[in-house]
Design a protein around this ligand. Structure first.
Ligand code: UDX
Length: 437
């Protein structure tokens, strides 16, 4: 099948590459000239495990192309995916201008039947708006389909190749057949393709992400309670997670959820609810809990240093919003950095993938270490903000030799509290009894 993907961000590039991998001919369109040049020359523009190999192979085998021209990109394409940004606007609602501009343009240049697929996370009712924007100028027949993505960064290729489910919102039989054929190779193992109406598909995406965010904020509040009551959140997590109705996954407390999806999607669903005069009470609380959770470690750090962080130097391990990505959007680490700098402290950071991105935002307000251990030099304490595997079994001798105080503030519960006590650390984490010296 000939496919076009408009937008070559995380979602667009993964979508395009994975469809090419199953034998389709895919043209990716982006307005960013530099990006298109790089991608055409075989230089991948994002870090996503496993993607580069597929990207190189499909480029070499002439199944994957890049262009800045929408007109050229959609020539002969049967399906056009819109994987464009939908950032939160000033009022918290998703800004649809990128999506609607492209829809408008498509209407002017389409000459034969095409299926236009909303892959971006868009509010309920967007398929109707996209249909209207295309129809304004279009003489050719077309269908607009909502096909939300459920890709997790870091495992996006796997999620695309073996999805738990594929959600397709359309009421057109013709589009249903096209989409069913396109996704058939991805659901061979028996996971479902769920066909539904456009609005239900659009809401499914927001409901899924908001539910997961709710799980996290709920566990973060349980963690706070554990500390106050002297319980251990790891035990509580295991205790409730073994109930199949609750499930083991997504119950890890920490320093809040971040990334490009959860914060924006929860906010957008709250806004959509307000637009229809409904106050989504739970989600307002989910957002409020997450805001405070990002700075959960700060009072603990301040208490350890007698409420004075002026002139203190901190080593920070982890900048990405989660491991296996270089994405720093809404990363709790950025909030911690700002708070520490405001208190008059200095920061040296290390992250296996995200330092380049942080440098662009934070610049030389902090220093960037080449290695996780050189990051510790002259630091008064170590703070951990992302659970990268390389931080999980560190050389504690090297840590204690480099740090001025044997103090670790861990926002991701990487170490056993008992072990840290044995090793003589002042160790504070989330929802567990601290080991204090
Ligand atoms: C998420 C959804 O999982 C995906 O289906 C959707 O399409 C896009 O948004 P992603 O943003 O890549 O994917 O990250 P995910 O792995 O879901 O983690 C989101 C955030 O939740 C991270 O900040 C992570 O640290 C946090 N998290 C996750 C927790 O704090 N605790 C957990 O138990 C799980």
């Amino acid at each position: 099948m000939k496919i076009t993907v408009v937008g070559t961000g995380y979602v667009g590039l993964v979508t395009g590459t994975c469809f090419a991998e199953t034998g389709n001919e895919v043209t990716c369109v982006d307005i960013d000239v530099n990006k298109v040049k790089k991608l055409s020359e075989g230089q991948i523009t994002i870090y996503e495990p496993g993607l580069e190999k597929l990207f190189e192979r499909n480029l070499k085998e002439d199944r994957l192309f890049f262009t800045t021209s929408l007109e050229e990109g959609i020539k002969d394409a049967e399906v056009i995916f819109l994987a464009l940004p939908t950032p939160p606007g000033a009022d918290g609602a998703a800004d649809l201008s990128y999506v609607l501009n492209v829809a408008d343009h498509l209407g002017k240049i389409m000459t034969d039947y095409k299926v236009i697929v909303d892959k971006s996370t868009v509010p309920v009712g967007t398929a109707e708006k996209v249909t209207a924007a295309i129809a304004k100028n279009c003489k050719a027949p077309f269908d607009v389909v909502s096909n939300p993505e459920f890709l997790r960064e870091g495992v996006a290729v796997d999620d695309f190749m073996k999805p738990d489910r594929v959600v397709i919102g359309t009421q057109s039989e013709r589009a249903r057949k096209v989409m069913g054929d396109l996704y058939a190779p991805f659901v061979r193992q028996g996971n479902p393709i769920l066909f539904m109406d456009e609005k239900s598909a659009e809401l499914t995406k927001y409901a899924a992400n908001s539910f997961l965010a709710t799980k996290i904020s709920f566990m973060n509040e349980i963690a706070i309670l554990c500390e106050k009551l002297g319980a251990d959140v790891d035990m509580v997590r295991r205790g409730i997670g073994s109930d199949e109705r609750i499930g083991k996954r997504f119950l890890f407390p920490g320093i809040g959820y971040g990334g490009s999806c959860f914060p924006k999607d929860v906010q957008a669903l709250v806004k959509s609810s307000e637009d229809v005069n409904y106050n989504f009470k739970i989600l307002n609380a989910v957002m409020e809990v997450n805001e405070t959770q990002k700075l959960f470690l700060l009072p603990k750090i301040k208490a350890y240093f007698n409420n004075n962080l002026k002139g203190k130097h901190f080593a920070l391990w982890g900048l990405a919003f989660k491991p296996n990505t270089d994405d720093i959007r809404e990363a709790p680490a950025l909030y911690i950095i700002n708070a520490l700098l405001e208190e008059g402290a200095t920061v040296s950071a290390f992250d296996p993938e995200a330092m380049k991105n942080v440098r662009q935002v934070v610049g030389d307000k902090i220093t960037y270490a080449e290695h996780q251990y050189t990051c510790l030099e002259n630091a008064d304490a170590l703070i951990i903000a992302t659970e990268w595997s390389v931080f999980r079994t560190p050389d504690f001798n090297k840590i204690s030799a480099a740090l001025k105080n044997k103090a670790i503030f861990d926002g991701r519960n990487l170490f056993e509290t008992g072990r840290m006590k044995e090793l003589g650390y002042h160790y504070e984490s989330v929802g567990r009894t601290p080991s204090t010296l």
